[in-house]
Write a protein that binds this ligand. Structure first.
Ligand code: ADP
Length: 496
């Protein structure tokens, strides 16, 4: 069950849809929406107009009916004549008067040749046809009735209304008004045409915008993909251009930064390999040279033998310390570092004093006094051996590079959140141009001097990494001729 679920999820992720599909789909949806909107809008407008005309016709029928009745009632006029008289005032409307038994008494179309009235046909002068129509039948029953007839067999669509003319309660006549829909259609068609044109303009504009967006998004994404593939092949020279869409431009610039970073890392890596080879090659060449000299006869001279052997021993120690430092660095850089740390609470002063013990012999040699200024009970949570190594590297450097008869001070400031360990010497100092690169691997201010002193060029790089795994920082201040001051700052409580 679980397996099949995972399988189907995997399949889902693997089914990729091209941007093209989204584009075509959105254009299709757009066309469909516009079609329905325009269809719905024109139907609605048509419906409203038909309804308006229907109400208008009913109103007319009521008014005309009332006026005919008034004339009959008060002036004794004949209904038929009244109708004929009214015909002249009606435009595009056909007026019929039917008697209560359904006979056609008056037809405006016969008197007046109104083109529009042709629509209903004239075949039945007797009015039998009209008497059968629903609206007339309803009017004969005393109801004002209206009907919209769409394209029935007897001709085009029209609206008809019929109103009863009463004499008291009896229906005496039926007045029927009708108007063909073609008249309305003609008036409507220009409005609908304008609506359709507006819809078309909308569609074309939206299509243009969609196409523009597609062209702005799709090719840049392809270019960015190609750029990423170039980076993967190790080609970092070509940068991605600046794009117009902000999000894509941000992606491209992030890719460019990544490319620059990768290039930098690549350079650092190849520099590092070159440096390691070079650093190891020097002592090996020297050892090889002395061994050969000894084999060539120098072995027989006791003095030379001892001197050369001590050089060989020094060079092997140098190689050992380079390899030890490299191993420490690689351990510090390894991703599994947090598990490898053994963090616990330690007294800061204990660590500083342990470092002083290690440095005592070389300090004594140069008559350098080691001073510590540290609150006795201050503690912090660190990996002891790593922190001791970092402080040792700083104190050792201070002693190594300072002149004889000077003083090296370690000052500890313990705050609530952070601990600062400052190692200060009165040595030669380091000029500003070197400060930014000082913590790089194998970076030395004075190569020859560092080598003779026995430095590997990795000491400060190790300090930086140790401080890094403790989520702290290291900084340096130095004045040439006056001295140097390195400061390690780490959180008092471990956050790893
Ligand atoms: P090294 O093994 O050569 O001492 P480091 O990484 O410890 O390597 O130091 C890098 C360089 O920084 C040294 O070669 C030296 O030139 C300079 N340096 C470090 N500490 C001091 C100091 N206290 N005074 C003067 N120069 C120093």
């Amino acid at each position: 069950m679980r397996g099949s679920l995972q399988h189907s999820m995997k399949q889902k992720v693997n089914t990729k849809t091209s941007l093209w599909i989204y584009y075509v789909f959105s254009v299709f949806c757009l066309a469909l929406t516009l079609f329905f909107v325009s269809h719905f809008a024109s139907n609605t407008v048509r419906g409203h107009v038909v309804e308006y005309v229907r109400k208008d016709l009913i109103e007319k029928a009521m008014i005309l009916g009332e006026s005919i009745q008034q004339s009959i009632r008060y002036r004794g006029a004949e209904a038929v004549q009244e109708c004929q008289h009214l015909n002249a005032n009606l435009r595009q409307v056909r007026l019929l008067l039917l008697s209560s038994d359904g006979r056609l008494l008056c037809d405006s179309m016969k008197d007046d040749d109104k083109g529009a009235a042709d629509a209903e046909g004239t075949q039945n002068d007797e009015g039998i046809d009209f008497a059968r129509r629903t609206e007339v039948r309803e009017a004969l029953l005393g109801i004002v009735s209206s009907k919209t007839i769409f394209d029935d067999s007897s001709g085009p669509s029209f609206i008809a209304v019929a109103a009863p003319l009463r004499d008291g309660t009896e229906v005496q006549y039926v007045l029927r008004l009708s108007m063909p829909l073609t008249v309305i259609e003609q008036e409507l068609s220009s409005t609908i045409l304008r609506m359709r044109i507006a819809g078309l303009i909308c569609a074309v504009t939206l299509l243009a915008v969609a196409t523009y967006l597609f062209r702005q998004i799709s090719p840049p994404l392809d270019e960015i993909r190609l750029g990423a593939e170039r980076f993967a092949r190790g080609e970092f020279d070509e940068r991605l251009p600046d794009y117009r869409i902000r999000e894509i431009a941000a992606l491209a610039s992030a890719m460019n930064r990544m490319g620059a970073q990768l290039r930098h890392l690549e350079e650092v890596r190849s520099d590092f390999v070159a440096n390691v080879s070079h650093e190891l090659k020097t002592p090996i060449t020297s050892i090889k040279g002395f061994v050969e000299t000894l084999q060539d006869g120098a072995m027989d001279k006791r003095g030379d033998l001892e001197r050369f052997l001590s050089i060989i021993s020094r060079q092997s120690e140098r190689m050992t310390s380079i390899i030890d430092d490299l191993l420490t660095l690689s351990r510090l850089e390894s991703a599994r570092m947090p598990e490898l740390l053994s963090i616990s609470e330690h007294r800061i002063k204990d660590i500083v004093l342990a470092v002083f013990d290690t440095c005592a012999p070389i300090a004594q040699e140069k008559n350098i006094s080691l001073q510590v200024d540290c609150p006795v009970e201050s503690t912090f949570e660190v990996d002891r051996s790593l922190m001791e190594q970092a402080v040792l590297n700083l104190v050792e450097n201070a002693v190594k590079y300072s002149g004889a008869e000077t003083e090296v001070t370690v000052k500890v400031e313990s705050g609530t959140d952070t601990v600062r360990i400052n190692v200060h010497d009165h040595g030669p100092g380091i000029s500003d141009q070197h400060l930014s690169r000082l913590f790089e691997r194998f970076y030395r201010v004075d190569k020859a001097r560092s080598r003779t002193i026995g430095g590997t060029g990795l000491g400060l790089a190790i300090v930086k990494h140790v401080v890094g795994v403790h989520k702290g920082s290291v900084s340096v201040k130095s004045t040439v001729g006056t001295g140097t001051s390195f400061t390690i700052e780490v959180p008092r409580l471990a956050r790893v």
